[in-house]
Design a protein around this ligand. Structure first.
Ligand SMILES: Cc1cc2nc3c(=O)[nH]c(=O)nc-3n(C[C@H](O)[C@H](O)[C@H](O)COP(=O)(O)O)c2cc1C
Length: 493
């Protein structure tokens, strides 16, 4: 008989699910070698993918379970998986830690090893949601669930939510339950949930507000716990268990975890949550390396889907091309721009034949390339949706001219390239201009002067607008290495 088994649900489609198992092995302390079960719906069982291999490398037992008919209701497969895990765990382990797959263990969760007189370790829900305030008369929804679960007033006690610290009637979080399998709590949860979620009186609530459908699994869990256990059997895990990192900044400062690294188990919504929070090394480096490792490995085994003949080149730098026409400067937004060579310094732009800018370029054989910062996003987008034919765009920016005198450049853009056309040709409705750079201009704030001469500020400071074929603009992230140097870390077997 084992002391404790960790178990969670995964359909093996998202590499994030590997983090929990990996973190148990790495940070679980004396519990790090305990068995880990991952419950997979049977229909996914035959999908051979790299994720399963990675689970096996972490010494995880993959446990397929039958999902009966097509189950389409929020969290229904999750509750069924929990009941299956519990059924299998009977006589194999004293305790089962049923966790949400978006859990990460940061430190040894020693309180998972419940005292002998406790039959359930739990945390309250993260925030109030559809919870019922303890000091207010019970609302009809909770009253209904209490009636269905035969709960009397005497069984109700106050519980404080994790983030907003409101005093609610018992409302248990379903993503961190330490149970004794022989008690059959998760099976009762499944039975009650299967029956109740379909009842008309309950369905009336979903029809009014879908939030009831999303959270009813936790309401029913709360009903089942109260109806099957005495309060003395319950153990509220400390505040640093099941800590919601995704709500870190929603939590009033006084209640917020002061040292994230000291938390025991955490929950997150997406990997971005982990980046936003002040996690320190060694945990930080470990998380980054795990995420890279899992994602690269799983991506390398993913099936390729034909996407059609789309020029999926990304990211796309967004520039403002400037030209002089009808005695005024004009600017158009372009993504189709690039370097053709360094020596000689050649660039190209591709601009629709009927664009107003083209006429200026053709007349003078000159144009400019200006790199707007994200501060200039609205004006930049504007230059891409209106034409100089209809709207005067000459007053939008502070303009200056260089040696060519006919290539208007934008002072607000940190970098400007003054270009002289050396070749022009048309392809279908586009005109391609190949040009030599006559001069590059960089605003003083972005120039670094050192012994080796002039340098340019990093991309984060330059803050260019990036575009992609999903029609979204993006901002630059952080530097991840040095050009022509990173290869030194590459070791081939
Ligand atoms: C994000 C974005 C990218 C664009 N990229 C290009 C491009 O690469 N080539 C092009 O011909 N037009 C592009 N356009 C459209 C032109 O900027 C738009 O037709 C503009 O109104 C032309 O202005 P003009 O007639 O004053 O020259 C883009 C527009 C946006 C918003």
């Amino acid at each position: 008989m084992k002391k404790l088994i960790f178990a969670y649900f995964s359909d093996c489609s998202d590499p994030k699910d590997l983090l929990l198992a990996a973190s148990i092995r790495k940070f679980g302390g004396s519990l790090s070698d305990y068995p880990i079960w991952v419950l997979i719906p049977k229909r996914e069982e035959n999908v051979a993918n790299e994720m399963k291999n990675l689970f096996l490398l972490l010494n995880v037992d993959l446990i397929p379970f039958s999902t009966e008919d097509e189950l389409k209701f929020p969290f229904i497969t999750y509750v069924l998986a929990a009941a299956n895990a519990e059924a299998l765990a009977k006589e194999k382990t004293e305790l089962l830690a049923w966790l949400g797959s978006n859990t990460i263990i940061f430190n040894e969760p020693k309180h998972f090893l419940l005292d002998n007189d406790k039959n359930l370790g739990y945390r309250p829900v993260h925030h109030t949601n559809i919870g019922s305030f303890y000091d207010e008369p019970i609302d009809p929804f909770w009253d209904l669930v209490y009636q269905k679960c035969n709960i009397s007033k005497e069984q109700i006690f106050p519980m404080k939510t994790h983030v907003d610290h409101n005093k609610l009637r018992p409302y248990f979080n379903a993503g961190c339950l330490i149970i004794r399998p022989e008690k059959g709590l998760l099976q009762s949860w499944w039975n009650t949930y299967k029956e109740l979620h379909n009842e008309k009186c309950i369905k009336d609530y979903y029809n009014k507000n879908y939030i009831y459908a999303i959270f009813i699994h936790q309401v029913i869990l709360s009903g089942v716990i109260l109806s099957t256990m005495e309060r003395s059997e319950l153990f509220e895990l400390p505040f640093d268990y099941n800590y919601p990192l995704n709500l870190y900044y929603n939590c009033p400062f006084v209640y917020r975890a002061k040292d994230v690294n000291k938390l025991i188990t955490v929950r997150y919504e997406d990997l971005g949550d982990l980046k936003k929070i002040l996690i320190q090394d060694p945990l930080k480096s470990w998380l980054i390396s795990q995420i890279d490792n899992f994602f690269l490995k799983t991506l390398s085994s993913a099936e390729k889907i034909k996407f059609g003949n789309v020029p999926l080149v990304y990211p796309v730098p967004i520039i403002l091309a400037g030209a002089f026409f009808n005695n005024k400067p004009n600017f158009e937004t372009l993504g189709d721009v690039g370097i053709m060579g360094i020596k000689p310094p050649l660039v190209y732009i591709s601009s629709g034949q009927d664009h107003y800018t083209n006429q200026g370029i053709l007349e003078h054989g000159t144009f400019s390339i200006n790199f707007p910062t994200t501060q200039l996003l609205t004006k930049t987008d504007y230059c891409g949706v209106v034409s100089g034919k209809d709207v005067d765009k000459s007053q939008l920016f502070n303009v200056f001219y260089g040696e060519l005198e006919t290539a208007p450049m934008i002072r607000e853009c940190p970098v400007n390239l003054e270009c002289k056309v050396i070749k022009e040709f048309s392809i279908q409705h586009r005109q391609i201009f190949i040009a030599e750079i006559v001069q590059a201009y960089v605003s003083e704030d972005y120039v670094i002067k050192n012994e080796e001469g002039l340098g340019i500020a990093d991309m984060v400071k330059l803050d260019p607008i990036i575009y992609a074929l999903d029609n979204n603009y993006y901002k630059i992230g952080e530097s991840i290495g040095t050009g022509y140097q990173e290869s030194q870390k590459f070791k081939q077997d």
